[in-house]
Design a protein around this ligand. Structure first.
Ligand SMILES: [Zn+2]
Length: 235
């Protein structure tokens, strides 16, 4: 399966062929749909066959195989036969909000120093958990720093390195709870130049300025060493 979003997060649609469909979901030979992983929600959208009704996709999940993606149809949808040509089209407005928030969480890693133990990218909001015992975190300071880095409009880009290079540089792994895509001899990193570099298979905007204004809405204590920082868009 060709994962179009991995090299082009801005692709909103692609032509594809159905390779299988059952109760577990619809499989395609290529897709723009991001499957839920790394704390980022799966895409929603529609599969449009040349004839017949569009199939509404309510979620996207990972399958059992490597790079296998399952498009989850709305309940009661008629499943397309293998070989059916479709246009796969995501809900772009929602995905773009997820990309903006996901990229912002990378900036949060640049502002807050500490091991990340978990995270979530939702529609319009996001959060990261840090292993930060006995550290005072200032909501207003973090908000101001994030918005400064956003305004500075830094470029954001993926970079691939070999498994061996990653093994030799374990400090690159900021997120202990998220496994980057690897196993084929190379690992995908996400780089915000001079600010953050870590393995990540998610979707991101091309420049930090595209994120727009954000604020820290809440900082919670989740256990002795777990500080949860919640973010949301402003306006
Ligand atoms: Zn990422």
């Amino acid at each position: 399966m060709e994962l179009v979003f991995r090299n082009d997060a801005y692709a909103r649609s692609c032509s594809a062929t159905v390779t299988g469909a059952d109760a577990g979901g619809i499989r395609l030979d290529r897709t723009v749909f991001y499957a839920e992983s790394g704390g980022q929600l799966g895409d929603i959208g529609v599969l449009i066959p040349a004839s017949g009704a569009p199939i509404v996709i309510v979620d996207t999940k990972k399958g059992d195989g490597p790079d296998e993606i399952l498009h989850i149809p709305a309940e009661g949808s008629a499943l397309p036969a293998p070989g059916t040509a479709v246009t796969a089209e995501i809900d772009w407005e929602r995905r773009h909000r997820l990309m903006r928030m996901h990229t912002c969480l990378h900036l949060l890693c640049a502002v807050v120093t500490g091991d990340v133990t978990g995270g979530q990218v939702s529609d319009g909001k996001g959060r990261l958990d840090f292993n930060l015992p006995n550290t005072a975190l200032d909501k207003d300071h973090i908000t101001a720093e994030l918005n400064r880095l956003i305004r500075e409009d830094h470029p954001v880009q993926p970079r691939w390195i070999t498994d061996d290079e990653l093994a030799a540089t374990p400090d690159l792994v900021r997120t202990m709870s998220v496994k980057p895509p690897s196993g084929q001899g190379r690992v995908r990193l996400l780089e915000i130049e001079g600010m953050d570099l870590q393995p990540c298979g998610g979707t991101h905007v091309a420049r930090t300025g595209e994120i727009g204004r954000v604020e820290v809405t809440k900082i919670e204590n989740k256990g002795r060493q777990n500080r949860r920082i919640n973010l949301a868009f402003v306006g």
